[in-house]
Design a binder for this molecule. Structure first.
Ligand code: HDD
Length: 734
């Protein structure tokens, strides 16, 4: 992977160079980038001047000031060297606390565009003005792992949106799973402690496969629905670009008349929802821990900008009690057959960050940051979140965190909040309170501006009690609804995930109790898992009957892209000396034409010569006679690609057949249900590698010219790449 990454980095650097030139010319139209421009400098510009932080030019940055004796021998380094001290002090304090959850993540800039105004629901300008391009920053994350942990672990993914609107910042701090483990925010420290590494040995890293996590799940029946999602394929996404996002909590929308509706936010990727298979995820965690981060960067660099449809589910105040579940309970979805999603806009990510720390690490989200026309609800998880996020930013970034370039709004900020560590604003004037004698309306305590944020005037009655509403007590119906709605293959992945996780628990009480809990949801599932992990085999009397109710939108198969595409998919093309250059060139061009990213893989990363060309094994330069591969077979693994094509050529096929790593590549790709194509002599190699001679071609090959002209393409299943891989593919035969 390293060479591709290096090349990607070079491309990125080129892009950054031109981007910064563009910034200097102020050609971008993104208001947030323009806002950050005065704080952006070009660290790559040709400059031989190095200075201290106080701006004094430094003549030697390599040697600490020392006492040198007359013979030229260096004595001790001198503490008086204020230049060296500054450099070391700055380094010593480079780290800030990582996020207490969601520490591992990556982000990108983009913009939101509304297509369907909703004045009947909300007065928010961003939800009514279709002419705006609202700048956004989006951060994706895993939850449990520390900042340096791997991307592809089984976990919920954070999906936090920051809209820099003209009326102030609006944050939707969401996940790729629509529900949560707990109903009440007061339990958040417990659920996170139970999931994070165990306290006595700080093991395991970034995993739910341990006693404490599952102990918590059993003791909190409310977590059942969420752990079903966490064991599903949603928790091992193929790419951040292929995940849905959910605001999870119930928010409200308030219109010009002051009427309120309850709302859930949901966003769905144009590319469809896709996942890895578990074995791939495990291997990638070691082979390429930055897999998702690089995937996002690579797509944006290649201008394959990821896009999501942005939607709402709405329930009127009058209907709030009409459901069997409580609409303020974050462990419940609003099933789409009962409350359809209305897509009203879309957002696109089109720009990588210039500097990870200043942007992705320092970006800070708060669920409490909403704009006029958007409000909260009595969802007890949201209420606690509204307290927690601001608080955590103070520890992480300091009280003036909202002045940081990535966090500050693009609209004016005007108030008398003052001072604190690292205040960057300079306020002119003799007053620091409101109202004051200079105010336009000195007698008014507030401006009364209808465009300002107004809380919804709800009525409160009742006693103060540590309780939740009665319907919060039902915990299993929607776990069942989710499980029933999955396809058979998704259900089987979920069973395997549970079996894997519980096998890592060595305390029998933990895995026995969880298999008992599974019987509350689905008896056959509980049976299978109990067999696998050593739980007690449940009897039918312990199970509540599964009525089989299903809902749309819960299975990933319901979320395949409307316009199938292989754009941005990574396709490996295998070659060895003696390959068929014409076939290679044609297939690569055909794939590129559809927007796929092709990578040439060979037994060595040195010139590979096609058949009929004289070879010069000592030549290092690209003589134009052959092809320079991107990677050798050991350097990049099949797990890093979505599909594989084996180029024809008698000698090439023979070389690959005798190369154990090449055989392993093909077998592994087949085992991971990848789409594999082969032409001519490569077909026999493919069949031999996967030990399935004579398997029939499962799906008709599309009439691609290149395919037609060779006539013998095998298993080139374009359709499989376009959706549902991980469930289909891997067919070979003629
Ligand atoms: Fe949270 C971070 C999502 C419940 C307290 N949370 C954080 C991030 C995401 C979520 C995506 C990372 C933001 C970023 O990229 O910087 N959290 C959720 C969702 C929840 C949820 C979807 C359930 C609906 N969270 C939740 C509760 C609490 C918190 C109930 C506390 C009572 N979350 C935090 C936090 C974090 C955070 C401690 C850590 C870093 C940060 O806020 O900025 O405040």
């Amino acid at each position: 992977m390293s060479s591709t990454f290096q090349r990607m980095q070079e491309a990125l650097n080129d892009a950054k160079r031109s981007a910064s030139q563009k910034i200097n010319e102020v050609t971008t139209t993104n208001d947030k980038i323009l806002d950050m421009w005065p704080n952006t400098s070009d660290a790559q510009k040709k400059e031989n001047r190095m200075t201290t932080d106080h701006g004094v030019k430094v003549h030697d940055t390599d040697h600490w000031l020392k006492a040198i004796d007359p013979t030229g021998r260096a004595g001790p380094s001198l503490l008086e060297d204020q230049i060296a001290r500054e450099k070391i002090h700055r380094f010593d304090h480079e780290r800030i606390p990582e996020r207490v959850v969601h520490a591992r993540g990556t982000g990108a800039h983009g913009y939101f565009k509304l297509h369907t105004p909703i004045p009947e629901l909300s007065s928010a300008k961003i939800l009514n003005d279709t002419t705006r391009n609202t700048p956004m920053f989006v951060r994706f994350s895993t939850v449990l792992g520390s900042r340096g942990s791997a991307d592809t672990v089984r976990d919920v993914r954070g999906f936090a949106l920051k809209f820099y609107t003209d009326e102030g910042n609006w944050d939707i701090v969401g996940n790729n799973i629509p529900v949560f483990f707990i109903q009440d925010a007061i339990k958040f420290p417990d659920v996170i402690h139970a999931g994070k590494p165990e306290p006595h040995n700080e093991v395991p890293q970034a995993q739910t496969a341990h006693n404490n996590f599952w102990d918590f799940q059993y003791l909190h029946p409310e977590a059942t629905h969420m752990f079903f999602w966490a064991m599903s394929d949603r928790a091992i996404p193929r790419s951040y670009r292929m995940m849905q996002g959910f605001g999870v909590n119930t928010f409200s929308l308030i219109n010009d008349k002051g009427e309120r509706h309850f709302v859930k936010f949901i966003w769905t990727p144009e590319l469809g929802v896709h996942s890895l298979v578990w074995d791939e995820a495990l291997k990638l965690a070691g082979q390429d821990p930055d897999f998702h981060r690089k995937d996002l960067m690579e797509a944006i660099e290649n201008r394959a900008y990821p896009k999501w449809k942005f939607g709402i589910q709405v329930i009127s105040e009058a209907d709030q009690d009409s459901f069997e579940f409580d609409i303020f309970d974050a462990t419940k979805v609003w099933p789409e057959d009962l409350v359809p999603v209305r897509y009203i806009g879309e957002f696109t990510l089109d720009r990588n960050v210039d500097e990870f720390f200043s942007e992705t690490e320092q970006v800070a989200f708060c669920t409490s940051h909403v704009v006029p026309g958007v409000g909260f609800s009595d969802d007890p998880l949201l209420q606690g979140r509204n307290f927690s996020y601001f608080d955590t930013q103070i520890t992480r970034l300091g009280i003036n965190w909202e002045q940081l370039p990535i966090n500050r709004p693009i609209c004016p900020v005007m108030n008398f909040n003052r001072d604190g560590a690292l205040n960057h604003r300079i306020h002119k004037g003799t007053v620091n309170y409101w109202p004051n004698r200079f105010s336009a309306t000195p007698d008014a305590k507030s401006s009364g501006d209808p465009a300002a944020y107004h809380e919804f005037a709800s009525t409160l009655t009742g006693a103060k009690l540590r309780l939740n509403a009665p319907k919060f007590k039902e915990h299993f119906n929607q776990a069942r609804l989710f499980y029933n709605s999955l396809s058979a293959i998704e259900q089987s992945h979920l069973q395997q995930a549970l079996a894997f996780e519980l096998d890592h628990c060595d305390d029998p009480i933990v895995y026995k109790r969880i298999t008992e809990r599974l019987a509350d949801i689905d008896l056959p599932l509980a049976h299978t898992v109990a067999q696998m992990v050593g739980g007690d085999i449940p009897s039918s009397s312990t199970s509540t009957t599964n009525q089989g109710r299903k809902a749309p939108g819960l299975s990933q198969l319901d979320l395949l892209p409307t316009t199938p595409t292989i754009a941005t998919r990574r396709i490996a093309i295998l070659i060895a000396d003696g390959f068929d250059l014409a076939a290679f060139t044609a297939i690569r061009a055909a794939l590129k034409a559809e927007g796929a990213l092709t990578f040439v893989i060979a037994p060595r990363r040195h010139m590979i010569y096609p058949s009929g060309v004289s070879r010069d094994p000592n030549s290092n330069s690209d003589s134009g006679k052959g092809v320079m591969p991107d990677h050798h077979l050991e350097g990049a693994r099949s797990t890093m690609f979505d599909a594989l094509f084996i180029t024809p050529g008698a000698e090439s096929a023979l070389t690959l057949r005798e190369n154990g790593r090449a055989v392993h590549w093909v077998r592994e790709a087949f085992g991971h249900l990848k789409v594999i194509g082969a032409l001519g002599e490569a077909v026999a190699f493919l069949q031999e590698a996967v030990l399935l001679p004579g398997v029939q071609l499962a799906i008709e090959v599309e009439s691609k010219e290149v395919v037609k002209s060779y006539g013998v393409v095998t298993a080139w299943k374009w359709g499989a790449l376009q959706g549902g891989e991980g469930f289909v593919g891997g067919f070979v035969g003629e």
